[in-house]
Write a protein that binds this ligand. Sequence first.
Ligand code: AMP
Ligand code: ZN
Length: 492
Amino acid sequence: MALRLYNTLSGKIEEFQTLQKNQVRMYACGPTVYDYGHIGNFRTFVAVDILHRFLEQSGYTVQHVMNITDVDDKIIRNSSREGVPVQTYTAKYEKAFLEDTLLLNIAQPKLARATEHIPEMAEFIAKLEAKGFVYRTEDGSYYFRIAKFPAYGKLSKKDFGGMQDGARVDVDEYEKDSARDFAVWKAPKPGEASWETSIGPGRPGWHIECSVMSMEELGETFDLHAGGEDLIFPHHENEIAQSEAYSGKPFARFWFHPRFLLVEGEKMSKSAGNFYTLRDLVLKGHKPSSIRYLLASVPYSTQLNFTFDGLKQAEVSVDRLRNFRLRLTSGQFPAGANPEMTKLAQETTDRMRAALEDDLNTPQAQAAIFDMARTANAAFDSGAVKQDDVPALLGALDKFNEIFAVLRDDDAPKIKSIAEWAKAEGRDISQELLGLLQSDALSDEQVNGKLAEMEAARKARNFPVSDAIRKELTAAGILVENTKDGVRWRRK
Ligand code: AMP
Ligand code: ZN
């Protein structure tokens, strides 16, 4: 069996194949660092991360490059409004973006910054001009002549038959149906950032940066290119035109486009008031793990309707799996083995793999692990799980977590880091988060020490002391449970 993936370019689900055996070269369009990332952005980044993780689990080495768009129309507008240089403006949001990816356990790709590749972009444009695909206008801007590239429209499946040769557009993002020559290089304007280059002064268009950086890092033809569905046109269509005109070779072979996230059934927008950054949600007390789990709870190929009920449900799901894991790691089991359990673990692993190989059907993989937890929990209760079954069940959970990355109890320190940021920024934060900031995070040893004290107090029937310790632990985000096997704990 092998991964079957929908390829926007062919319009079909295809078996995923790479140019070089066991090696994937992939490029994902990264963020434009002009603001904090919203959960829609992270839906796309989590989907790409899941693809990356699954390819690794399938035995591929993955070379994954992502650009950081640190110069574009919006950045220039915002930085000049604030009266700060472009680099100062973008550094803050790039840092926030990278912190946010850590919150969501997104494995970090190799980063490529647009402003660090300007001379290469100028050279690339010069070659396109020499080949007749690009022309210079009087003001010193350069445009791509799409009439010279008959395959234009092959990704977005648009028919640009009636287009007008020479009609131009110079903004990075434009109407979905306009086939116009687009800017690859923009002449300097007063007050805007610009660079001196071999093709004159100015700054790159958004599309050229991805063509240049992806080919530089991954070669003229590589395996897979990703980005949210809004990038199909014009961004990716334009990347294909520039790159294939340049090299005369096919550009990316697979095009992977996660669909949009909607909020309560509507498009997320600032004006509708349903616009959430990842940080907004964390400050409302939602755990990064619940958010990541929710973002993966619908196949990437379907739009995801974000609701707060869904987010609560995701938290319950993650808790259930964490409790199940804890039961496996801290429980006491009778000696021996129950072949039913080994079989259950193997079937679950196979079901998860089959679901993910089926165009990354993440909810089916989640369902498989839940079925296992349900059956194994019932078996625990009847004493049917034996010592030798534990590694197999834990192994299936590990396979699940290699992809979904939600089972480590690391939410509390993450939430705390965002609360610290919010406080430094002078934002309002809830009483609960303020409490979290005041409580010193306890290390595992400290928690174990306090639990021992609590137990000793309880045995000495000194209940005021044992209750006080329990309260202190709860305030520090530690959940303590008494079970028939003794006391166990985990982080909230
Ligand atoms: P940007 O920072 O706007 O360049 O976007 C970064 C990534 O997020 C791109 O791949 C976009 O396609 C994607 N994106 C933007 N809005 C959404 C959304 N509502 N749902 C899913 N992905 C989105
Ligand atoms: Zn791009």
